[in-house]
Design a protein around this ligand. Structure first.
Ligand code: ME8
Length: 669
């Protein structure tokens, strides 16, 4: 019977549209799932969206939609993007689906019946951004995880006896050293748990966008218990059909970003233990995609959308870049330049060129049929060397891939591409092609067979990473459907002699210089959609002092005598904000990047005030923000709101401020 293999991504929040950070995790899981299928495993790949909680409820408030309409829209966008990219998930779970709600309630009941849930009172700080109870003191105290202001929660809650699991968790980490990967994350978790675990509040009663607690619907279940349960509710936990659960649970790999390690490596196994369920085999945490040195995130507003790269270079280019360029587990930078460079060097000039020159020569010299290699006189040590490199690559590249070392695995595969390129250059098949004597023909046949066989091997090996283009090369090799190829049997010498090649076409057309520019432009122009996105994400978007003010002036100056109506003025939403973070923007003398607390959210605003104010002097200061301006990007940073200042002719801007104290978030009218 085939070995089963169950892999999951985190389920993504629907407070904003997907960006390449989400694509990164999902692509990595897709590549692993594809490899497992080729190796013959009965594979199940799950992804989905996380749709409840206070963070989503707040995001919805600005949208004029119901929470469900809102969630339907964004969840649909995630799914549509994954489909457009050809990701091979087997199921897409939504936490607002009935099957999930039932499963979560069943899990809650099970844990309660097992004696691990009790009622108590919680007073403390809550970070809505992280949906996390934190150790901090006082309203607005910064969250120790993300630095955003926390809110004081005083509620009667249900509590989970997390403290009862401290020793069991330590034993788990010791007994299963591979439970948390990589090692650095494991060490962090160990020291967190050793530091002591307090019981966890697992219900909320001050808002309603969640799954009701069974038998006590005034409370909704804490969003992380709700969300984590997806990994089993998708398999039918809590339903009458538990076939998939029995077959696939426990998960073989649960892939996450490093910021949600605690939820997956502490809370999740504790919930499972409390419910008497088996634990996943491995939680694998990768690093962050950075853009201009910061974590790419919707709240920072420095995201890049996957669609931009798909449009210009295709899905395989994005997949290859992310898995080749970033050392898995570490943070890695994204730039359009780097994507285009990788694409041209490794795909267009590397694999693409090897495929086209090999297949074109077979067509020209052997009427498009794979030639018979010589085993005697026309055979040389150089041919054997290629076969050896190929065999070694099969063994080593696969092992590296299975250890999540995608970058090294691909580097090795491209080592084979380079070896064959060199082999072709040194053996000059084009010169032999001019000759008709038997010896030359036999040598030419051997060289082209060797090249085609190496091409076949590298194509099969990297198929999980670049599925679309390798499937096309495979068809050009005359080999049919690559998805059905049994990868575990891959070895040198399987290319059937005399195979008729398919139609030959370039798989990776070279990207010209304008590719970078086009992608950058598309990102900057994505502003119409970004308006919605920023409203949704809560934090972040537009302003350089003067540039951002222009569209505003245009919008309100419509009345003939130059006056505007009170209704026009009311369109401009001005609020009191407090600067939490202020820093200079690299390479821009006039700009400061600010994070401004508006009471209900923290916004990123980029403002042209660097020549008038030192960033340090602004932290803690109350300012006036135009809240409802369309977001825009300045120096790659999204600015979401405009800071109000007097701008004397030829002088420096002076920030609007108050003589009396005013609460953060107050509207000016
Ligand atoms: O945390 N670099 O959802 P989320 C790399 N709903 N990966 C990134 C990334 C970046 N810059 N940005 C996002 C949640 N990701 C919860 C999860 S699971 C039961 C609930 C990826 O929408 C990465 O996988 O904030 C990260 O962990 C995840 O998206 C967070 O997505």
């Amino acid at each position: 019977m085939a070995k089963k293999f169950y892999i999951t991504t985190p389920i993504y929040y629907v407070n904003a549209r997907p960006h390449i950070g989400h694509a990164y995790t999902t692509i990595a899981c897709d590549a692993i799932a594809r490899r497992q299928r080729l190796l013959g495993s009965d594979t199940y790949f799950l992804t989905g969206t996380d749709e409840h909680g206070q963070k989503i409820e707040r995001a919805v408030q600005a949208s004029g939609k119901t929470p469900q309409e809102f969630a339907d829209d964004i969840s649909g966008q995630f799914r549509a993007l994954w489909d457009r990219m050809g990701l091979t998930y087997d199921d897409f779970i939504r936490t607002t689906s009935e099957r999930h709600k039932k499963g979560v309630q069943a899990l809650f009941k099970k844990i309660r019946d097992n004696g691990y849930i009790y009622k108590g009172t919680y007073t403390g700080q809550y970070c809505v951004y992280d949906e996390l109870y934190v150790d901090a003191v006082g309203e607005g105290a910064p969250c120790p995880e993300c630095g955003r202001p926390t809110e004081t929660v005083h509620e009667e809650n249900y509590f989970f006896k997390l403290s009862a699991f401290q020793e069991k968790l330590i034993a788990l980490y010791n007994d299963q050293p591979d439970f948390i990967r990589p090692e650095t994350r494991r060490n962090e978790v160990m020291s967190f748990v050793r530091g002591g675990l307090r019981d966890l509040s697992i219900s909320r009663s001050t808002f309603s966008w969640g799954i009701p607690v069974p038998d006590d619907p005034k409370h909704v279940i804490y969003v992380w218990l709700d969300a984590l349960a997806n990994y089993i509710t998708a398999l039918g936990y809590g339903s009458s059909d538990s076939g998939k659960l029995e077959k696939y649970w426990p998960a073989d790999v649960q892939m996450i970003g490093k910021e949600i390690v605690r939820f997956h490596c502490v809370y999740w196994p504790a919930f499972l233990m409390a419910a008497g369920l088996p634990l996943p085999k491995a939680i694998v945490a990768h690093g962050w995609l950075l853009f201009e040195e910061n974590k790419m995130s919707k709240s920072r507003g420095n995201i890049v959308r996957a669609e931009t790269i798909l449009e210009v270079l295709g899905a395989d280019a994005l997949r290859y870049f992310l898995l080749r360029e970033i050392v898995f587990g570490q943070d890695g930078s994204f730039s359009f330049d780097a994507v285009v460079q990788r694409y041209n060097a490794d795909l267009a000039n590397g694999l693409g060129n090897l495929a086209s020159r090999t297949l074109t020569m077979i067509t020209r010299y052997f009427k498009g049929e794979v030639p018979y290699p010589s085993h005697t006189a026309a055979h040389t040590a150089a041919d054997d060397a290629i076969a050896e490199v190929a065999q070694k690559t099969i063994a080593e590249s696969g092992a590296l891939f299975d250890q999540y070392q995608f970058s090294k695995a691909l580097e090795l595969a491209w080592g084979l591409v380079a070896a064959v390129d060199k082999y072709i250059v040194e053996n000059e098949p084009w010169a032999l092609g001019e000759k008709q004597d038997e010896g030359s023909r036999a040598r030419l046949a051997t060289i082209l067979y060797t090249s085609a066989e190496a091409l076949r091997i590298v194509t099969a090996l990297v198929h999980p990473v670049i599925p679309e283009s390798t499937a096309r090369i495979w068809t050009q090799l005359g080999l049919g459907d690559l998805r059905k190829f049994p990868l575990s049997d891959l070895k040198w010498g399987q290319l059937p002699l005399g195979t008729k090649l398919g139609a030959i076409e370039a798989v990776f057309p070279r990207a010209d210089k304008s590719a970078v520019e086009r992608m950058q432009k598309m990102e900057d122009q994505g502003r119409t959609t970004a308006v919605e996105e920023a409203k949704v994400a809560g934090p972040s978007a537009p302003s350089d002092l003067t540039a951002a003010a222009a569209p505003l002036a245009k919008a309100v100056a419509a009345v003939p005598d130059g006056k505007i109506s009170i209704d026009d003025f009311a369109k401009v939403e001005l609020r009191v904000g407090q600067v939490k973070v202020a820093e200079r923007v690299k390479g821009a003398d006039k700009l400061l990047r600010l994070e401004v607390d508006l009471g209900s959210e923290v916004r990123q605003v980029v403002a042209g005030i660097a020549e008038a104010y030192d960033p340090e002097t602004l932290v803690g200061r109350k300012v006036v923000i135009v809240v409802n301006l369309a977001p825009r990007k300045l120096r790659g940073l999204e600015s979401n709101g405009m800071i109000v200042a007097a701008s004397p002719e030829g002088g420096k801007p002076v920030l609007a401020s108050f003589l009396e104290d005013v609460p953060v978030g107050t509207r000016l009218k």
